[in-house]
Design a protein around this ligand. Structure first.
Ligand code: FRU
Length: 430
């Protein structure tokens, strides 16, 4: 690297980076990390369903795909008359498309025969030959009577898009179970000691420097009883989030081998959700979403986007902004957005998330459940929120503006000047 080392390097090792308690204890809201307050859009573009975790159809090189002029995204969805707290139990993946990056249309449920009792988050690949792959989490065992939280990583192949008469995504899909936790590098359900374990949210990534093909996912690091991690403090050891990774030796999207995790957060946080990478200026930016309530005792975090940067994919990740905090909600609306997903556009990094609970300043998300059902319904956004604009410079980030709800710019679309730029321009015109 020509631009100076980011952190201490560990030559020759595929070392595992860690998010430490010391780093996480520096989390605090600042002007650069707090997103503006969000108000509901004038019209709900997709009123028939609630939408939460969302991901875009991307090319192998990580850029957002454009298929015959259409942007395409996939979301977890549930009927909009269902109580928002119940949505995870029935989550179904639907596809949406747009020809202007602002107005989106419902292409309907993607699968008839997905694995699992319901589907949780994932990613989608538009391969070089035009075929579409979806990676998702099968939650619960299909056919089981009771709802369970068992999680398996699944890949579906066989998709294609036809735009002859509008937009149509169709199969026939084949579903392949790709990965299960091995109990050694990745915690299995029966090893979990605290909150619900995680093994989910697969995200496809081709490393532009090596050409190697990877699948990142949310996981937990096994911490056996009696371990001396966190000074042997069992109460802290229960919080053992990690960012898992698997490699496809041939680049084939449906054949993966587990490798050691990229990063863990033992004693810091239980859920490092929806891990994904933005490659920029020769650096690897690893982003995750996490919750206020999944931080270990003694740490205070927020529902927020957190990030780390390293000089190579398996590098020694350094937390962005020293603590890891990149974007969070205002103090008086701490749950207004969640499940952030960053992607590059021009010289900026844009961040999309879903519009969660608004007009609510409770201290924990649990307090929502104590509101009347009609208030729970009224305060849930259940749609795609405004897109955040980030300025990123090595290990520093700054929120510099927002785009509208659902605004995902098309390739080459020039973004409006930010308020800061307008002010600067006004001053230099004087
Ligand atoms: C984040 C998340 C994901 C999971 C989904 C389930 O919002 O917890 O990790 O796939 O929600 O609804």
């Amino acid at each position: 690297m020509t631009n100076g080392a980011l952190g201490e390097s560990r030559p020759g090792t595929r070392g595992r980076a860690g998010w430490t308690r010391e780093q996480a204890s520096r989390i605090e809201r600042t002007d650069d990390t707090v997103a503006p307050i969000v108000y509901p859009p004038e019209t709900d573009q997709i009123p028939e369903v609630h939408i939460w975790d969302t991901w875009f159809l991307r090319n192998r090189d990580g850029t957002l795909a454009t298929v015959d002029g259409y942007r395409v995204c996939f979301s977890l969805t549930a009927p909009s008359d269902l109580l928002p707290g119940k949505r995870h139990d029935v989550a179904t993946i639907r596809c949406f498309y747009s020809d202007d990056g602002r107005n989106w249309h419902n292409a309907g449920p993607v699968f008839e025969d997905a694995l699992g009792q319901r589907q949780w988050a994932g990613s989608a690949l538009y391969d070089d030959d035009g075929s579409v792959y979806l990676f998702y989490t099968a939650a619960g065992e299909e056919g089981a009577e009771d709802l369970t939280c068992t999680q398996r990583i699944v890949g579906a192949g066989g998709g294609s898009i036809d735009t002859d008469n509008g937009f149509e995504l169709s199969g026939p899909w084949t579903h392949h179970e790709l990965l299960q936790p091995d109990g050694d590098r990745y915690e299995r359900e029966d090893q979990s000691r605290g909150m619900i374990y995680t093994f989910r949210d697969p995200w496809f990534f081709e490393d532009p420097e090596t050409g190697e093909t990877w699948l990142l996912f949310e996981a937990n690091a096994p911490v056996p009883e009696g371990s001396d991690a966190c000074g042997g403090d069992a109460a802290l050891q229960e919080f053992n989030g990690s960012v898992g990774i698997a490699r496809s030796p041939t680049g084939e999207p449906l054949a993966w081998e587990l490798e050691d995790p990229l990063l863990d957060a033992v004693g810091v946080n239980q859920e490092l959700e929806r891990p994904h990478i933005v490659y920029r200026d020769g650096l690897y930016y690893l982003f995750i979403s996490s919750h206020l309530h999944t931080f270990a005792p003694g740490l205070e975090g927020f529902d927020a986007l957190y990030g780390f940067v390293a000089e190579n994919l398996h590098g020694d990740y350094v937390p962005l902004n020293e603590s890891g905090l990149v974007a969070t909600n205002p103090e008086n609306a701490p749950f207004q957005s969640y499940s952030w997903m960053a992607f590059p556009h021009d010289s900026e990094v844009l961040v999309q998330s879903f519009f969660n609970y608004y007009d609510f300043d409770g201290e924990t998300l649990d307090e929502i459940a104590h509101l009347s059902e009609s208030e729970q319904m009224r305060r849930f956004g259940g749609s795609l929120g405004p897109t955040l604009r980030l300025d990123v410079e090595r290990s520093r980030t700054r929120i510099i503006g927002t785009l509208g709800h659902w605004h995902i710019p098309l390739d080459g679309e020039k973004l409006p000047l930010t308020d800061r730029e307008l002010i600067r321009r006004g001053k230099s015109d004087d």
